[in-house]
Structures are given as structure tokens and as C-alpha cells.
Design a binder for this molecule. Structure first.
Ligand SMILES: Cc1ncc(C[n+]2csc(CCOP(=O)(O)OP(=O)(O)O)c2C)c(N)n1
Length: 373
């Protein structure tokens, strides 16, 4: 393992002065260190955007690098192939290896991409090396030397990073006393959804916490496919307009494909209720800041055609919002300021059943015919 400080210092010395990406816990250390220097790390909404930011930085004469999880490679492939490889803009990318070498030792959402990561890059003709967990500073320098030979001739260079290869850094965390508890919001959402209602919870702690506090067959627990909770909710809501559909997602998830809000506003499903749990961070990957501090989700939703969009600061606001939202035509959105979770993260839904079993349980509920109050 090399320390986060060694990782950042070596890149710094070689002139790689700007980084972007979407957090993976494997890169918690470097992101925390870079986050303390203004402009050193640009938190991108999704991995494709991170690559485009890096491409812009390279065109401006900089030497950028990316940090991302291999689950985000799908988001990145389009700008990788049609932008950076086509225009020969050199970008260095560190990609964490989830689901590899043995997918059985990781969560099920990594089982396809884990074993496919190296082969995918081979297919695209992208240079890659693997940074092992026992890497030493000299080994890291050799990896960078090889990467820089590719970059020098206008090609991308990827370094695939095993768990534990880069050290972590403890992030300071202060309790947010003014915020609502996400567990309370999830309980209220499940209660409001009631027997006929469907609930979609975004990947990471949101889905895990919903499973812990209010498991029910009408809950769809996302693991992976980050950023697509609202789109799943839209498909469900249009599939059965008589059934309430509540989407609950984190701020990082909402930001990842924010364009879906415009699609929801345009399609205007009357039965869709959208809750954004805004804790300002990617808590599930270690608490790296998102960009939500300067985004007003309610204002965005109102501007793209949601019928109502509010900010909730207190339990009473949320209760009133849910009452109205479930009795008047939507779509409706509430942005809710939530605090950091306390204690151990609850287990994932897939600790109880396989993903396809959970999906079948949900689909059976969603497709059940019968009186809906
Ligand atoms: C495409 C993709 N990129 C990155 C990740 C890693 N990841 C899992 S959960 C998460 C953070 C989610 O943040 P947010 O939605 O704000 O919820 P919170 O963790 O704060 O509850 C990230 C970045 C992922 N699963 N998929």
C-alpha cells in the first residue's frame, strides 16, 4: 500500500495538478487530501462528465487525472471513445476494481463489471496496468512511467486499483443538528406509500437504511445503477398511473443524471413523488462532498415542470408535503436536508435474498391487480 499523501505527492511532482471523478471508497484518502486545496479536485456529477472535465483541462494545457469506480466505466465509455481517443486528448484514469479478482467476495452489483473490466479496456484498445494492494512507492512510480509513455503519444492510460492499494485519511465529521434523520424520512415515506404504493430507494445507504427500517415487498432497493432511481420511478409511474410511486434518492444520486428531472417534468406523471435526501455528501463512499451545497433541487424541479417542489427543514414540513403530494396530481418533489447517519451501516437487502428474487417480489407487488384506494 502507498499512503494517500504519497499518491498525491507523486502525481503532483509529475505535474498532474487537477483531478476529477466520482467517489469510490478506495480513493477516499486522495479525495480528502485534494479537497482541502481549492480547485485541486472537481467533484463531477458522473464519470463521463469527469472525463470531459479532464479533457477540457488537458486542452487548456493542464495534466489531469481521474479517480472513479469501475461501476462508472459505463458512464465514461462514450466520451472515452468519441472524445478523448478520437481527438487524441491524453487523460490518466485510476479505476477501482470492485468485483475483482473474485466477484463472489464483493456485492452482487459488481459481479458483471468486475471480471469484465480488463477485457473491456482491451476491446477498446486502452492501455491499462493493475496497481496491486501490496504496491510500494517504487512500483507506483513504474506504473506512472508506463502510463506517461501512453499519454505522451496522445493515448489514454488507465491504472486499475485493487482494494487497499491507496491509504485512507480520516475525514472530520460534525453532526448536523438542524437536519432531519434520513431513517425518519424513509419511515415516513414507507408509511405514506401505504399498501398500494411503490417505493424506489437509491444505491448506497438510502436503500440499505430503507431495508432496515421499513422493509416491504413494494420497495425496490437499488444496488448499483447510481443516478437512475428517478428514471426507474418514472417508468413505474407511467406503467401504472393509478398507483403512487415514491422515489427516494441521495443528493449524489440525484445529481448524477439530473436531466431526468426535465424528463419527469415533461412527462408529468401525476402519481410520482420524488424525495431528495440532501446530506451534502456521498456518505456511502466515506463522506466526500457532492456539489449540492450550491444546488436548490426544489428550484430546479419547479423550473422543469414539477407541479410542486419544496424544501423541507422540519418533520412537520415533510408530513404536510407527503399529505398533499399523495392527494393532488404530481409530479411533486421535496428536497430534505438530512444529517449524517450514526452508527454501523445497515446490511444490504441482498444479504437476505438475491437481486433477482427481490426484483420478482417487487414486480409481483407492482403488477398485482385489485382495488387501490
Ligand atoms: C456509476 C457509479 N459511480 C460511483 C458509484 C459509487 N457509489 C456508491 S454509493 C455512492 C454515493 C451516493 O451518494 P448519495 O446519493 O448522495 O447518497 P449517500 O451515500 O449520501 O446516502 C457512490 C459514489 C456507483 N455505485 N456507481
Amino acid at each position: 500500500m502507498i499512503s494517500a499523501a504519497e499518491f498525491c505527492a507523486e502525481l503532483d511532482e509529475r505535474g498532474f495538478t487537477v483531478a476529477s471523478g466520482v467517489p469510490c471508497s478506495y480513493f477516499g484518502g486522495p479525495i480528502a487530501l485534494l479537497g482541502s486545496g481549492a480547485g485541486r479536485y472537481i467533484p463531477a456529477a458522473n464519470e463521463g462528465a469527469a472525463l470531459a472535465i479532464a479533457a477540457g483541462a488537458a486542452l487548456a494545457g493542464g495534466r489531469p487525472y481521474l479517480m472513479l469506480q469501475n461501476s462508472g466505466l459505463g458512464n465514461l465509455v462514450n466520451p472515452l471513445t468519441s472524445l478523448t481517443m478520437t481527438y487524441r486528448i491524453p487523460v490518466l484514469a485510476f479505476v477501482s476494481l470492485r468485483g475483482w479478482p473474485d466477484p463472489a467476495h464483493d456485492e452482487p452489483q459488481h459481479a458483471v463489471m468486475g471480471p469484465a473490466t480488463h477485457a473491456l479496456l482491451d476491446t477498446l484498445g486502452v492501455h491499462h496496468d493493475t496497481m496491486r494492494a501490496d504496491v510500494e512507492p517504487s512500483g507506483f512510480r513504474s506504473l506512472l512511467d508506463a502510463a506517461q509513455r501512453e499519454l505522451a503519444v496522445g493515448r489514454p492510460a488507465f491504472i486499475l486499483v485493487e482494494k487497499g492499494a491507496v491509504g485512507s485519511v480520516a475525514l472530520p465529521s460534525a453532526p448536523d443538528n438542524d437536519a432531519l434523520s434520513s431513517a425518519e424520512v424513509l419511515r415516513a415515506a414507507a408509511q405514506a406509500a401505504g399498501e398500494p404504493g411503490l417505493l424506489v430507494a437509491s444505491t448506497g445507504y438510502t436503500a440499505r437504511e430503507l431495508f432496515a427500517v421499513a422493509d416491504r415487498p413494494g420497495n425496490f432497493y437499488m444496488q448499483g445503477s447510481m443516478g437512475h432511481a428517478a428514471a426507474i420511478g418514472l417508468g413505474l409511474a407511467q406503467g401504472d398511473p393509478d398507483r403512487p410511486v415514491i422515489v427516494v434518492e441521495g443528493d449524489g444520486s440525484a445529481l448524477m443524471h439530473l436531466g431526468t428531472l426535465s424528463v419527469i417534468g415533461h412527462q408529468a406523471p401525476a402519481n410520482l413523488v420524488h424525495l431528495v435526501l440532501d446530506n451534502g455528501i456521498h456518505e456511502s463512499t466515506g463522506g466526500q462532498p457532492s456539489t449540492s451545497a450550491t444546488t436548490d433541487f426544489a428550484a430546479v424541479a419547479a423550473a422543469v415542470g414539477y407541479r410542486t417542489a419544496v424544501n423541507c427543514h422540519a418533520a412537520g414540513d415533510l408530513e404536510r408535503f407527503l399529505q398533499t403530494a399523495l392527494s393532488a396530481p404530481g409530479p411533486h418533489l421535496a428536497a430534505i436536508r438530512t444529517g449524517r447517519r450514526i452508527g454501523q451501516a445497515p446490511p444490504r437487502a441482498t444479504s437476505s435474498a438475491a437481486p433477482d428474487v427481490l426484483a420478482t417480489r417487487f414486480a409481483t407487488t407492482a403488477q398485482r391487480k385489485g382495488p387501490i384506494p
